[in-house]
Design a protein around this ligand. Structure first.
Ligand code: SAJ
Length: 428
């Protein structure tokens, strides 16, 4: 093949498919037989807008093939997970990246390009280079030799938004960080084949940091909104109204509060900066703690509300980590609903149009999944956890008389409830 994409998850599979659509022969590599078989049938194992048709097309045209076995290629793109360790210190775990680099090293030849796309702590691309150089003393690696190196190595993070992956993969600008400027130019030529956005070259460490900074920036800004929502609760103010008004200032743009920050990027990546510079990151660390703390605040407030209405059926609206997607990983909504289910059992009902069934942690709690119509008919307490469009359009007439805790601010016309001194309208 021309290109080998290592890791066929939420980033790797769409990337492989788009490269294949540009006319390259692509080999997609994954450790899971199930994933490989699914893709080779022209099907997909994840949900993403328009991805099924695209994958089906490129597999049928023979441009994309999946395997568990690596093969020699001209370009290797590594898109494997980089979680953090649950050791209490949030230490980045780059073992999947190093395992992928080990596989690539076995088939590497002069003239090849290796690109890391996984979100990674600063220095990972160089570490990957050192590992491959140790495994392949017969090849000259960039930054290790004064002569012209045999291979090029670069870091090029993705910055796509789940739900808009295909569009953003093609149209977003990209930063391309080479171990040397020559490596960056080589990677640039590759991305130009399928990216319409502007590709900007830099060094590998700056590109690694850029990716982390983008997500930490968003996390810090969401933390500001979440902190405001808790302040507003305390003061009996409507935080949505305050934010709407403040945002009329030409240089103010406050984000939206919610039940916490989910997903596998924004709640993870800031820790990679903290791990790299623990003494210099009080703000980034605090923002993470504020956003995690918001989840617990919502559980406590919701529990107060449920307790204040004994015997009334409760509906939690939404489990996804954000609106209009079927992704439940690291979701604050899921955490809140499951906590309430454990505490209140069969009084809790869950509405999640994007879920086939409730996740495992609901088993044995007595909580059940119901549809939105049933919730609106039977439940007197509604706890809004996700701003799915199907929830937003429920008219006031169907919600009037109900006790609503709207953590996403989707129903500004909902009359207030006064619960345990929580103010006019529970907003956070
Ligand atoms: N959220 C709020 N309030 C807001 C915005 C978001 O509470 O005003 C919450 C969401 O509900 C969700 C979480 O934050 O729980 C994250 O959602 P998101 O839409 O901000 O971001 P992700 O995780 O889907 O994707 C992010 C994006 N990064 C940035 O916008 C800086 C995306 O561009 C990255 O490619 C992606 O992380 C990634 O893979 O790193």
């Amino acid at each position: 093949p021309d290109v080998c994409v290592v890791g066929l998850g939420y980033i790797g599979l769409p990337t492989a498919a788009i490269i294949a659509r540009a006319g390259c022969k692509v080999l997609g590599l994954d450790v899971s037989e199930h994933v490989v078989d699914t893709i080779n049938r022209g099907e997909i194992h994840i949900e993403e807008v328009d991805l099924d048709g695209l994958v089906h097309g490129v597999v049928q045209r023979g441009l994309l093939r999946a395997s568990t076995q690596i093969a020699p290629s001209d370009v290797f793109v590594i898109a494997v997970p980089t979680p953090f360790e649950k050791d209490g210190h949030h230490t980045p775990d780059i073992s999947y990246v190093l395992a992928a680099a080990t596989q690539v090293a076995a088939v590497l030849k002069a003239g090849d390009t290796v690109i890391l796309e996984s979100t990674s702590p600063v220095g990972t691309t160089e570490q990957m280079r050192d590992l491959m150089a140790g495994l392949r003393p017969d090849l000259k690696f960039p930054g290790k030799t004064k002569e012209t190196p045999d291979v090029s190595i670069a870091y090029c993070p993705e910055r796509v938004l789940p739900g808009r992956i295909l569009e953003e993969l093609t149209n977003n600008d990209r930063s391309i960080g080479g171990i040397t400027p020559r490596c960056a130019r080589k990677a640039l030529a590759f991305y130009k084949r399928f990216v319409r956005g502007t590709c900007v070259t830099t060094d590998a460490r700056s590109a690694e940091m850029t990716k982390l900074v983008e997500n930490a920036y968003r996390d810090v800004n969401i933390a500001f909104a979440n902190e405001l929502s808790m302040v507003a609760d305390r003061m009996g103010l409507d935080v949505w109204e305050v934010i709407r008004l403040a945002n009329r200032h030409p240089r103010v743009n406050i984000l939206q509060p919610g039940p916490g920050v989910g997903g596998h990027c924004i709640a993870v990546d800031p820790w990679f900066i903290v791990a790299g510079a623990p003494d210099e990151t009080p703000l980034i660390r605090t923002a993470r703690n504020v956003n995690d703390g918001k989840m617990h605040h919502v559980v406590a407030k919701a529990a107060e509300l449920v307790e204040a209405h004994p015997g009334v059926k409760v509906a939690c609206l939404g489990l996804a980590f954000k609106a209009n997607i079927d992704d439940f990983r690291e979701s604050p909504a899921r955490y809140v609903a499951a906590s309430l289910a454990r505490k209140f059992g069969s009084r809790i009902n869950v509405v999640e149009p994007y879920a086939g069934q409730l996740p495992r942690e609901f088993e044995g709690t007595g909580a059940v999944q119901i549809d939105l119509d049933t919730a609106l008919e039977e439940c007197g307490v509604l706890i809004v956890l996700v701003d799915h469009d199907v929830f937003k359009v429920v008219p006031l007439a169907e919600r009037s008389g109900k006790v609503v805790y709207d953590t996403r601010g989707i129903w500004p016309d909902q009359p207030g409830v006064d619960v345990a001194g929580a103010g006019l309208r529970l907003a956070s």
